[in-house]
Ligand binder design. Structure first.
Ligand code: 6GU
Length: 261
């Protein structure tokens, strides 16, 4: 019998600190699917700290009314600061991101940048807002996931964790599948089909059944452009057609025409 080397738990490639008043909101999310497996395997670690545990008084009050008046409640700075400092004292300094609808917009480029940080802290706001001194004192980045208002940062944190974790080597089953997907080059992904070949009268495009890989590749690049033009013209404004893509479209047009004019 050969002896195995002693098993040491792998150092996580992504180490997330969540600061949230609702740690239980993440229970099923962190257990499910590829992320659950990555956490189980030690590739990703997610710790949760609640500011409630650091709030004083019989009522453990974490919020208060805004100075100057106005609706809603604001998270007080002390319990948030204590949660942030306790998490970092226990497990080390992290890149601190405050989640707020007033932040800069999160996109695939931000996901790639955050994946490179290794240790990340996601600070979830709630109620009408967070005392501005938390942003001033702790936040290195303030991030929003879109132009709509959520009741708190928890769903935004889940979105960011999923987008970042799937970029970590070993989290996705197949490492090549992040390269040619939507947004990687300012283009939406091409449409895809699987069996059966006909479903409710809708057939799979012939070219995909042809086995001609070069033809499939060209067809997919054209479909990707067409989809981007119709669904997300804003992406084309920010990432104009390359020479290659122009040639591809011109070639496609002359080839598709029955009678060239
Ligand atoms: Cl990060 N927080 C909240 N409360 N609402 C949002 C958001 C964040 N991003 C978009 N809407």
């Amino acid at each position: 019998m050969t002896s195995e080397p002693p098993e040491t738990p792998p150092t996580p490639l992504l180490d997330v600190e969540l600061v949230t008043l609702f740690p239980e909101m993440f229970d099923s999310f962190l257990r499910a699917s590829l992320l659950g497996r990555a956490i189980g395997g030690g590739i990703v670690r997610v710790n949760r700290t609640s500011p409630r545990d650091f709030a004083r008084g019989r009522h453990r009050q974490v919020d208060d009314s805004p100075y100057g008046g106005g609706p809603g409640m604001i998270l007080r700075p002390e319990p948030l600061a204590a949660a942030i400092e306790t998490a970092e004292a226990a497990r080390g300094r992290a890149y601190r991101v405050l989640l707020s609808p007033t932040g800069r917009l999160f996109d695939q480029t931000s996901a790639v940048a955050l994946a490179g940080r290794g240790r990340l802290m996601l600070i979830c706001g709630r109620y009408e807002g967070v005392d501005e001194r938390i942003a001033d004192t702790f936040a290195e980045d303030i991030v929003s996931i879109g132009d709509y208002v959520l009741a708190g940062g928890e769903m935004a944190a889940a979105v960011i964790i999923e987008a970042v974790a799937r970029l970590v080597p070993g989290v996705l089953g197949c490492e090549t599948s992040t390269a040619d997907e939507s947004f990687s080059a300012g283009r939406l992904e091409y449409p895809q089909w699987t069996r059966p070949p006909t479903f409710r009268g809708l057939a799979v495009p012939e070219v995909l059944l042809s086995g001609n890989h070069a033809q499939v590749e060209t067809w997919r690049r054209l479909e990707s452009l067409r989809r981007t033009e119709t669904r997300r013209p804003d992406l084309l404004l920010r990432h104009p057609l390359t020479k290659d893509e122009q040639a591809l479209q011109d070639g496609g047009k002359t080839k598709r025409r029955k009678k060239p004019r």
